[in-house]
Design a protein around this ligand. Structure first.
Ligand code: ADP
Length: 399
């Protein structure tokens, strides 16, 4: 039986692979190719406890990386076990509220949507086309980061701009990290022992990129990332919410070019910009412990802004079941979770300190006090969602 799905996540200079058994959810082989398009391009393959890094050959591109991974699967006699390939695609616009079987038309649409995600969709498309060349006869599915948020109502997704900019140019909030919010929401429903359709949740995905989503009766009704993944929370290197007039000031009064502003907002701000040290939360926690004032300020701002966003989403509910933390920071940093939760006592959130300290490194559990609203730490697994949804769609299409 073909029970395995190959999940591919293509960035502009990297590709992540996982071969996942959909019956057991086990990752059989994983790989990551990095520094593509440069002579330093390499690929690391992990199978069970065995990890091996190899240099890639010219032209050091996505096809070379995908061929290398497929050769590895051939050597392990696993290629014939693949039922389909699932691709993470960042932007599905308003076209896709669910995964799509990849056809010529779907590729054209992903390409058209590149205007909304110029850094991501072209790379995703490169991955799809390279996979077609390497494994041409297998069905491929696109799973979109934006799909889960297509249930947001207009009052949540529109900006207060002239309406024709939405109608003619698709300018609106799309939201991202949808696959992650979907996964943790469903996992929380299991843990709460309730059908997802009866669950009201706020999930906070805190990693290098950060977002909060309000999930009412299992559906996303608001989210903090916007037209691009720059809006909302303070992130590793991104500003999050900012007064847009600062752009005019930087350009007109301080002589920045628009390209420089773009770099400043996306790559030099957030934790990195305030701490003047690092975008890495671990490093900042260590530095703050040793008295680094800017590291402390960056962490305080990060938590205050996250708490403020979470509290603001309380307007979406008349009753709330749980707050969820996920992502590299949300899953591991008891310090950040404590700081955020302590600012949310009006939402009836009280931390259980022991449970909070214990919930790290892949552990899942409730970190709230017994009298409090529950607060779950749930490790995210976007690859598992892509594998499951790909498999379900391929089975449905071939019935
Ligand atoms: P990405 O958005 O790139 O997928 P991740 O979800 O892997 O990022 O999150 C990366 C962030 O998680 C970094 O800021 C890192 O410092 C933080 N992180 C990982 N482990 C820990 C930890 N044990 N304590 C605090 N922060 C952690």
């Amino acid at each position: 039986m073909k029970n395995n799905i190959l999940v591919i996540n293509c960035g502009s200079s990297s590709v992540k692979f996982s071969l996942i058994n959909v019956l057991t959810s086990q990752v059989l082989v994983a790989g990551i190719a990095e520094q593509l398009t440069s002579e330093q391009a390499s690929i690391t393959i992990k199978q069970k406890d065995n990890k091996q890094q190899s240099r890639l050959i010219s032209p050091y591109d996505h096809l070379v990386a995908i061929n290398f991974f497929v050769d590895t699967l051939n050597q392990l006699q696993l290629t014939s076990t693949i039922n389909a390939i699932g691709h993470r695609v960042v932007h599905g616009g308003e076209t896709y509220s669910a995964p799509a079987l990849i056809t010529k038309e779907v590729k054209q649409e992903i390409n058209r949507l590149s205007t909304l995600a110029p850094l991501h969709n072209p790379a995703n498309l490169l991955g799809i086309e390279a996979t077609e060349q390497a494994l041409g006869d297998l069905p491929q599915v696109a799973v979109f980061d934006t799909s889960f948020h297509q249930s947001m109502p207009k009052k949540a997704f529109l900006y207060a701009l002239p309406y024709h900019l939405y109608e003619a140019h698709d300018i609106r909030k799309y939201g991202f990290h949808g696959t992650s919010h979907y996964f943790v929401a469903n996992r929380a429903a299991d843990l709460l022992n309730k059908p997802i359709k009866a669950c009201n949740l706020i999930s906070a995905h805190l990693g290098n990129g950060c977002s909060v989503t309000a999930i009412r009766e299992g559906k996303s009704v608001d989210t903090s990332l916007g037209f691009t993944p720059l809006e909302g929370l303070m992130m590793g290197t991104r500003t999050g919410n900012i007064d847009p007039s600062i752009v005019f000031h930087l350009v007109e009064k301080l002589g920045y070019s628009l390209a420089q502003v773009n770099d400043l907002f996306n790559k030099e701000s957030g934790l990195k910009g305030i701490s003047m040290l690092s975008n890495d939360c671990r490093e900042l926690e260590d530095a703050a412990k040793n008295g680094h004032e800017h590291a402390q300020l960056a962490l305080d701002m990060f938590c205050y802004r996250a708490a403020k966003m979470i509290a603001s989403f309380s307007v979406c509910f008349s009753r709330l079941d749980s707050l969820i933390f996920t992502g590299g920071i949300g899953e591991n940093s008891s310090y950040i979770r404590k700081n955020i939760v302590e600012q949310l006592s009006l939402l009836n959130l009280q931390l259980n300190n022991e449970a909070n300290l214990a919930m790290r490194f892949g552990k899942s559990g409730n970190i709230a006090d017994s009298t409090s609203l529950s607060c779950w730490v749930i490790p995210t697994d976007e690859e598992a969602v892509i594998a499951t949804q790909t498999n379900q769609l391929v089975i449905k299409e071939t019935l």
